[in-house]
Design a protein around this ligand. Sequence first.
Ligand code: PEP
Ligand code: MG
Length: 934
Amino acid sequence: MTTTAARKVKTVPRRTTRVRAPAAGEARFVYRFDQLPEVERRARSWDQVKALLGGKGANLAEMTRLGLPVPPGFTLTTDACRAFLRSGSWPKGLWEEEVAALRELERRTGKRFGNATDPLLVSCRSGAKFSMPGMMDTVLNIGLNAETVQGLAALTGDPRFAWDAYRRLLQMYGSVVLGVPDEPFERTLSEWRARRGVQNDADLEAKDLQAVAEQFRQIVRATSGREFPDDPLEQLRLATEAVFRSWQGKRAQDYRRAAGIPDDLGTAVNIVAMVFGNMGRSSATGVATTRNVSTGENSLEGDYLINAQGEDVVAGTRTTEPIAHLAEDMPSMFRELQRIARLLEKHYREVQDIEFTVERGKLWMLQTRDAKRTARAAVRIAVELAKERLITQVEAVLRVAPEQVDFFLHPQFDPTSIRTARSEGRLLAAGLNVSPGAAVGQLAFDADTAERWTKEKRAVVMIRAETKPDDVHGMLASRGILTSRGGRTSHAALVARQFGKPAVVGAMALEVDAERKLATVKRSPVILREGDWVSLDGTTGEVFLGKLDTVQPSLDDPFLLELLGWADRFRRLGVWANADYPRDAERARALGAEGIGLCRTEHMFFEADRLPLVQTLILSRTEDDRRRVLDQLLPLQRGDFEGLFRAMAGKPVTIRLLDPPLHEFLPAHDTLLKELTQLETRLELSPVKTALLSGEVERKRAMLAAVQSLRELNPMLGLRGVRLGIHMPGLVQMQVRAIFEAACNCLEQDIEVFPKIMIPLIATANELKWQRSALEEEARRVMAERKRKVPYQFGTMIEIPRAALTADEIATLAQFFSFGTNDLTQTTYGISRDDAETGFLSEYLAKGILPENPFDHLDEGGVGKLMELAVRLGRKTRPGLEVGICGEHGGDPKSIDFCHRLGLDYVSCSPFRLPVARLAAAHVALRERPRRRS
Ligand code: PEP
Ligand code: MG
């Protein structure tokens, strides 16, 4: 099949190739864009086509098939790249195939490679299966040399254009193929701009560019020790090799590691007939996305430049025009672009990121791919595509990763803090708001410093004039990214969006001097230096001096709510919340919680009005003293629980009785000792021994004695959980009384309640038996006093391996189980959840001894096996036993996946994680369904 583009060009057969192309059935390395059906016969799915041709090659071929204006070209497959990289040399037959395809390109375009009068020029572009923007190499204008540049000048009647194309080839070729640094080229260009008194390269004249080209040749010779090859075939061969090798480049490797792309895929290489956006005012080049990829709004979004080549737009070296202006500059091109954008979205059923060039009034499509987008845009786009019936609701739900929902949880700046900063004149600059979220950090002017500081646990904002692929490691390490140049599609913007980093680009008021590590601010005396604090708002594009306060965003984005509503229809797992206070419970309900899976009652004891009471309780010597304090605590706890029941209105509320070791409520031993010593010294030296001072010393002594008596070497394995309840029954009895009195109060007001009393940290069934009978007696007492029947359940946490191993016995006494996987991970591994993560665990992770942190993601192989056993044994004793999870893993998508497979009834997580959990639970359920289409 011929392309629209190919049909329009002259197709005078010039000569037939002498190089033999492979016969039918032979393994091939090269496919023309119009040979997609042949690729499809070999690769059975679109995914495999992409694996073979790379994303760019596959989509160029697909656009060709759709009849869109794609310049003719061909693709060297990833097989070819892998074979080349394996042996370090050209696999047999590859070069012959490439040359044969080039000859065919000559035939189709009617131009000849290396011909002095009508030269064919090609680009050599990388293109892996998964897009890695800017991470690998590309060489444009291959085929130009001292002779053909003259031919091109004569043919186009535009010597300026020809010399500009030639100097670009020399520069790109020098840097990509021969490893010549960019600086000498850039210096030469800026010297010429200064000499001619112009701002842009586009304002240099033909003879200037001719001189620039000559200097570039000398730079190549002097720096690489090699002459720039005049033979176009040699140019092509070396450029192809360089692009293959760029797969192994450091920045490509860094990017793959960060994006989780396997190292063994290789890149395809696309050889495409050149079209030129720099042929004067009727030519242009640009990039666009078919919808706004920052907000998700359904409108074409992008940038373009008149009279420029593609890299000018992305590099951010010239300030681009927003795509909407194309409607005025080139109305028919704009309409055509809109038509193609719609067609591509319909075809791919996905928002596209396109590159185009207008060559003397003719539009050419150079690339299309699924667009990267912010989390906010991902949600809106998925919902709107489903409403437009381009995709189903199932697909919409699956298109948003649970981790993306995390964005809605990113902090934003507190509006008051913004107002104050403004009024104090701390607004430094405004740029493009390319990746939302608030970032506060110290300025680092280079990627290595950014990375190093982050390792030192400093908050970093990386600032550059513009970023390059070499900066990616620093960008990934930083909290936020700030550039003074570049547009929405600049490298900085793309990378920031993909990795969810708040970013402001093109903040033109800043003049960044990376060498001297300072930035000046136009119309302001402020000079920013390395280490200065700034706050950048990727949502509005504003940059402030100093640290602004941040607040949690509201999670009421209507598109997110709609998507989560759809997700709820597909999930099987219940999603509950860990909430300690009524205000948390209210938030949790608003975010879709179907119950409270864990209320850590000790948190209530830390409140300012309670802590002194709890301390007095601990210090009490007599039963009477203890009773007096408990009587004071009772109404406070009752109020807490009433608030929770009200907020949850009939939904289950799981209340865990006191868990932590008592010393956590007392001051730290060493601090107390120091304070006491100081007081004693004061008392000794004081001429007047006041009663006040003596009393204070006495109190401190008593406190220290209590702390010492409660001191344990391993408090996490000590007197806590159920052990504490058995040891100090009065406290938990008071909690149970408070729960039931609160429940009766609610019932009297017609508020439904369903308390679930949960006993922590049991190891044996006997502990539960002992505790349950004591507590149920109290419960019955309250119900009798109030003449009310409260529906309730009595259950336990599974946090110790022995509990999991004897779950059948435990289930005789427990009406529900909830996995406390924080403790279960700690006790299964025998590592401390308080110390390990800041100690040897990070070394284990760095050395790969542990593939991931078991406190982040459930350890399926170990902890998971215990859970599986506990579920099975528990349900053997008590069929239908309700089992949930309330450790931190309950909000982790990967662990949620596992919990679903384990057959748990619900996951419980912090209120802000609820949207993530709802979506993750839907994903795992949907992935289980038989697939209709890939
Ligand atoms: C747990 O151990 O997983 C749990 C939820 O309890 P805590 O974190 O309070 O010990
Ligand atoms: Mg625990």
